[in-house]
Design a protein around this ligand. Structure first.
Ligand code: SIN
Length: 297
């Protein structure tokens, strides 16, 4: 199949309707969109306190609608971050990333000796058989300038694909594997052991969101290795084209962190990229990841 050279799809975006600067229909919080289809800043909430059922329902609705939600001025402790995350599901313990103050907290600590390597488009732990619902990232210490994170709306990316590409990829499955990321730093013995523990996972190339019903392009640069049953060259060519959809600015939102900002994203419908432009400045972030469900087409 010939792949189109022009990436941004033939269809207009479906922007989230906004009235007087805010998304309509919320009583307990205010939701201000930072981009037409993805990224809402939530106001009127203190994440150090437990969520009552109505507040929880509004945050969950905002997450599904905006795909990534942002909060400012939330000086949460790691325990409070974990407690907030637990409202949304069970938490995972990442087997490869550095632990923070408790096993469920990953600490990304960068400085002049440790460069950021999260500057690749991905969806967290898509290499797991049961990947993540979402991740919650708290900015502990941010650089004076730089260190933004970008998210891409992978439902908009799916919608924007030309019809012939949609027809080609619907029903396909792809293999996701940690080997070419976390595996690179391991000895052959350790890698073999971890591969046994975490074998490659097969997921639909186009998954359906279990809560919104949206179709989502679910392949990413760092964890997807190939499309099942396709010649390697054809699989590489198709995946390169599909990965590039996340690079399209019209599908993205970019967030500039301040200390105690917090982002909560849906790993089922988005991919993210942490800009590594701040070295050698310090950047310290704590992430908690919520377990999701097995992706289905
Ligand atoms: C991540 O990839 O989960 C980290 C994102 C960031 O540090 O901004």
């Amino acid at each position: 199949m010939d792949l189109p050279s022009r990436h941004f799809g033939p269809r207009p975006l479906d922007p989230i309707p906004v009235e007087d600067g805010y998304v309509a229909g919320y009583q307990r919080i205010r939701v201000r969109m930072l981009s037409p289809t993805i990224g809402g800043e939530l106001e009127g909430i203190d994440l150090r306190k437990p969520l009552d059922p109505d507040l929880y329902a509004e945050v969950r609705r905002a997450l599904l609608q905006c795909k990534v939600v942002f909060f400012r001025d939330q000086p949460v402790s790691p325990e409070e971050q974990v407690a907030f995350a637990r409202h949304f599901g069970e938490l995972e313990v990442h087997p490869f990333l550095p632990e923070g103050e408790s096993p469920e907290v990953i600490r990304f600590a960068k400085d002049e000796t440790t460069k950021g390597v999260e500057n690749n488009w991905h969806s967290d732990v898509s290499w797991r058989e049961v990947p993540s619902l979402g991740s919650i990232l708290h900015a502990v210490e941010v650089p004076r300038v730089g260190g933004d994170t970008l998210w891409a709306d992978m439902a908009a990316a799916w919608k924007g694909l030309p019809d012939e590409v949609k027809r080609r990829i619907e029903g396909l499955e792809a293999v996701h594997d940690f080997t070419h990321t976390f595996g690179l730093a391991m000895s052959p013995e350790e890698l073999a052991k971890k591969q046994e523990e975490f074998p490659p996972a097969t997921h639909p190339v186009v998954r359906r969101h279990p809560e919104t019903g949206e179709q989502i392009l679910y392949v990413n640069t760092i964890f997807t290795s190939h499309i099942v049953g396709m010649e390697r060259e054809e699989s590489d060519r198709l995946l390169t084209f599909l990965y590039a959809q996340a690079h399209i600015p019209e599908y993205q939102v970019r967030f500039g962190w301040k200390n105690d900002s917090l982002a909560f994203w849906d790993n089922r419908s988005t991919q993210h990229y942490a800009s590594s432009d701040y070295w050698p400045q310090e950047r310290v972030m704590d992430r908690v990841t919520i377990i999701g469900e097995r992706p289905a087409a």
